[in-house]
Ligand binder design. Structure first.
Ligand SMILES: [Zn+2]
Ligand SMILES: [Zn+2]
Length: 123
C-alpha cells in the first residue's frame, strides 16, 4: 500500500490489519477502538519530496499503525518523536497496553525500548 502525499488513512490501516494473515492479540484488541486520525509520515531524509516507507509485512508495524490511528495524544512528545526520528509525524500512545507505554512510532519495528514512555518489558 502506498501513502498519498505521506498520508495513510485510518480506514486503510484497519483494512490492512483485518487482512493480515497472521494477526496478533494486540491487533485484535486495537481493532475494537474507533478510528481517531490518519497516519502522517515523516519526510524521508534520503529522498527529497518523499516520505518514510512502511513495511507492512511485520505484524508489529501493523500494531504500531493501529496504535497511531486509534490512540491518544500525550501532553508532550516522547524523546524520540521530539527529535523527528520516528516514522510518523505525531507522537501517539495506545489506549491499551500495546507497546507497554511506548508510543506508536517507537513500537514500529519493535523499538519500544527506545521510547521515553516505555514502562519495561512485558512479562
Ligand atoms: Zn513518540
Ligand atoms: Zn516514543
Amino acid at each position: 500500500m502506498e501513502s498519498i502525499g505521506g498520508i495513510i488513512s485510518g480506514p486503510d490501516v484497519v483494512d490492512a490489519a483485518r487482512e493480515l494473515p497472521k494477526s496478533t492479540k494486540h491487533i485484535q484488541n486495537l481493532l475494537r477502538f474507533s478510528i481517531e486520525r490518519d497516519v502522517v509520515l515523516q519526510p524521508n531524509p534520503k529522498k527529497k519530496g518523499g516520505y518514510r516507507s512502511i513495511n507492512w509485512k511485520r505484524p508489529t508495524n501493523i500494531e504500531a499503525l493501529l496504535m497511531h490511528v486509534t490512540g491518544v495524544e500525550p501532553e508532550v512528545e516522547c524523546n524520540y518523536c521530539n527529535k523527528n526520528q520516528g516514522p510518523f509525524m505525531n507522537c501517539i500512545v495506545s489506549r491499551d497496553n500495546t507497546g507497554n507505554g511506548a508510543c506508536a512510532a517507537c513500537h514500529y519495528n519493535s523499538g519500544s525500548n527506545r521510547c521515553s514512555f516505555f514502562l519495561g518489558e512485558q512479562s
